[in-house]
Design a protein around this ligand. Structure first.
Ligand SMILES: NC(=O)c1ccc[n+]([C@@H]2O[C@H](COP(=O)([O-])OP(=O)(O)OC[C@H]3O[C@@H](n4cnc5c(N)ncnc54)[C@H](OP(=O)(O)O)[C@@H]3O)[C@@H](O)[C@H]2O)c1
Length: 305
């Protein structure tokens, strides 16, 4: 199969494109012909070596995929050859920048017919992260106010829409160029973080979801009311000096039921697929450079077939 991979950790230039051995579906696995895969920040963090996943080379990055089942391994009874499916690789793994993937059938789901493979590949990890953070970790309720940091990004674009769907009042931070986009996702208030310090204009929130991290994370805690809770996905949750709030780290587990939920949110119109820019697998280095810059909108997707 053709794949994008690297033979050592390093700058985007270490990305190569070429022929690697085909995977084989083991017990409980399906072999999928991948039509599209998307870029997540985890991919370039792995390439750089921030994450300890890269113990053997060649290493194929990539978590999100959408495609068609080509073969079933032993003991797979609930999916069939020809099914259109999408999913996200295990928390400990990657390998979707490729024409084929063998993966546990229990963590793939049927792709909604209403969306393309490109769109399905865009929503897996961002949807899992947003739904688990907003619904399970923060347990956001109708009528509550939430601050979502980085509204134009992949996870946050899903989270803004989901929070509105739940019935919350949504405040989100973004740069000026993405203000209209984040409002179009349903945010009630948008703060241009280059013009205003959010800690001076936002307070008393029931919840906060920080997708930006670094120096933003510790300041996010300041906007919470007593009893408020915040979730963090860029690194660990910061240590809080306040004992009256919760700083939480979502566990973004892979299960078919979560993917089915994402599919329903999209087909019902509650959440729309974020803006997408399409690349070919031969352009993996270029796509990583854009992702690493951390100022693009929506998702970057590889069209593989
Ligand atoms: N723990 C997990 O399981 C998990 C899962 C998914 C993602 N993550 C992590 O979560 C983070 C977000 O992921 P993602 O894919 O959503 O990121 P992303 O799409 O790469 O985020 C890019 C966005 O961040 C915005 N941004 C950058 N600096 C900002 C700032 N200071 N304030 C507000 N917005 C800012 C940019 O908007 P502007 O251009 O307008 O600045 C851009 O749209 C990454 O670090 C990723 O590794 C963790």
């Amino acid at each position: 199969m053709k794949a994008a991979y690297f033979m050592q950790n390093g700058a985007p230039e270490v990305m190569q494109y070429g022929e690697l051995p085909d995977p084989v579906a083991g017990s409980g696995q399906v072999l999928i012909e991948i039509h599209a895969a998307s870029v997540n920040a985890a991919d370039w963090k792995t390439r750089v070596g921030y994450r300890q996943l890269t113990t053997t080379f060649p290493f194929i990055p990539g978590r999100d995929f959408s495609g068609v089942i080509k073969a079933l391994g032993p003991d797979v009874n609930d999916l069939a050859v020809g099914d259109e499916v999408f999913g996200v690789t295990e928390q400990t793994g990657a390998r979707s920048y490729a024409e084929l993937i063998a993966i546990n059938a229990a963590i793939v789901s049927k792709k909604p017919k209403a969306i393309s493979h490109i769109e399905a590949a865009a929503v897996g990890l961002i949807g899992l992260t947003a739904t688990i953070a907003i619904e399970n970790t923060l347990q956001l309720k109708s009528g509550e106010t939430i601050l979502i940091q980085g509204g134009a990004g992949g996870v946050a674009s899903f989270a803004v829409q989901l929070s509105k769907h739940i019935g919350a009042h949504v405040i989100s931070t973004t740069s000026a160029i993405n203000k209209e986009y984040v409002l179009s996702l349903g945010a009630d208030e948008v703060i241009d973080y280059n013009q205003q310090d959010f800690t001076t204009v936002v307070s008393n929130c029931d919840a906060a979801f920080d997708t930006v991290g670094r120096n933003v994370a510790i300041r996010t805690l300041k906007v919470l009311r007593p009893g408020g809770r915040a979730a963090f996905i860029d690194g660990a949750a910061p240590k809080s000096e306040r004992s009256d709030i919760q700083a939480l780290k979502p566990n973004v587990e892979r299960k078919r039921v979560h993917l089915d939920h994402i599919a329903k949110l999209i087909t019902s119109g509650a959440v729309r697929v974020p803006e997408i820019k399409i690349y070919s697998l031969t352009e993996a280095a270029a796509a990583h450079r854009v992702s690493e810059g951390r100022h693009f909108r929506g998702k970057l997707v590889f069209k593989i077939r």
